[in-house]
Write a new protein. Structure first.
Length: 329
């Protein structure tokens, strides 16, 4: 009988969940991880998002107020966050690892890890050989590592935000998802920003996943906003041509879509084409040395977002090289 009780206790111990997720938090909220198990402690070592999964409890204890606190380990990007949280917010992870909550949390950490130089532990997120990485098939660990090294050197500062997730297909051996990611990369004064829509094939790995394939469905680079007036140029505002009310043109900071620069007289048909497509425009005359340059801008717009909404149409109808500029008048 004594042996049966011991075996039963051992089985209960093996059946206890090893990974946890958060409960009792509002959507979008975070849970503070503290250096010591006291609510009013000012030492917060990090935050766990409400959708976090894969939290590991190291050990628990009761504080002087009779509250149970647990020392936890949470994978965050390419590293692990450790500290104390109130046991009230922890619950064993459910068995359905293919749920949207688990997938969201995995991708949150997956993209965060790419903000860091997370090269030595790529196998934590990928399975090799990869079926596809963007448009390269049968990629090995060494090839992906080389790809990452080159990209990290070119863009040492990186920021990725998972903004939308859609589950496309669930199978026993894999899950296909579509992720929308806003990104910003920077190297010194150079920077780019944009949005990618990606299809990922995820392979279940315990209560987590590994990436088997990534394909870019759409890669968008947001247009840069730069100043119209160059410091080495003299603007001839009294010779300005426009079909936009002067009050709007001179009202301060505005955004425009630049559609052309001309050293000679502008063809009237070109301006008529802009007008016939119901765009407002101005022609800015600028003296550069002994030459006069006529620049054609569609606008004004009150914001870069408003200008961006017309940019694709302008590129298809007027000039495929058109881009957004900012004017300080």
């Amino acid at each position: 009988m004594r042996n049966i009780i011991i075996i039963s206790l051992l089985l209960m111990g093996f059946g206890e969940a090893k990974e946890y997720q958060l409960v009792h938090l509002k959507k979008g909220a975070t849970l503070n991880i503290r250096e010591v198990p006291i609510v009013n402690s000012s030492t917060v070592v990090g935050k766990i998002p409400a959708n976090a999964t894969g939290i590991i409890i190291k050990h628990c204890k009761y504080n002087e107020n009779g509250q149970e606190w647990c020392y936890v380990n949470y994978p965050l990007g390419g590293y692990h966050l450790e500290g104390w949280v109130n046991r009230h917010y922890l619950t064993p992870m459910k068995k359905n690892a293919a749920s949207k909550l688990y997938i969201t949390n995995f991708l949150y950490n997956f993209y965060m890890a790419d903000e860091e130089n997370f090269l030595d532990k790529l196998q934590s997120f990928y399975t090799f050989p990869m079926q596809q990485y963007m448009y390269v098939k049968d990629l090995s660990l060494m090839e992906l590592r080389s790809n990452k090294v080159n990209f990290y050197k070119k863009w040492p500062k990186r920021d990725y935000q998972l903004t939308h997730l859609k589950i496309l297909k669930r199978k026993e051996k894999y899950v296909d998802v579509q992720a929308t990611v806003r990104w910003k990369i920077q190297h010194g004064e150079l920077d780019e920003a944009g949005k990618d829509i990606q299809k990922l094939r995820l392979i279940p790995n315990g209560n987590s996943f590994k990436v088997l394939a990534i394909k870019n469905l759409r890669h968008t680079v947001f247009p840069k906003v730069v100043d119209i007036v160059d410091e080495n140029q003299t603007q001839l505002s009294d010779e300005q041509e426009t079909n936009t009310p002067v009050k709007e043109v001179l009202s301060g900071l505005k955004y425009y879509i630049k559609v052309g620069s001309f050293f000679g007289k502008i063809n009237t048909g070109y301006l008529a084409k802009i007008k016939n497509n119901r765009f407002s425009y101005i022609v800015q005359k600028v003296k550069q040395g002994d030459k006069v340059i006529r620049r054609v801008f569609i606008g004004p717009y009150s914001s870069s977002e408003e200008a961006s909404s017309d940019l694709s149409k302008v590129r298809s109808l007027i000039n495929h090289d058109a881009y957004i500029q900012k004017s300080i008048r």
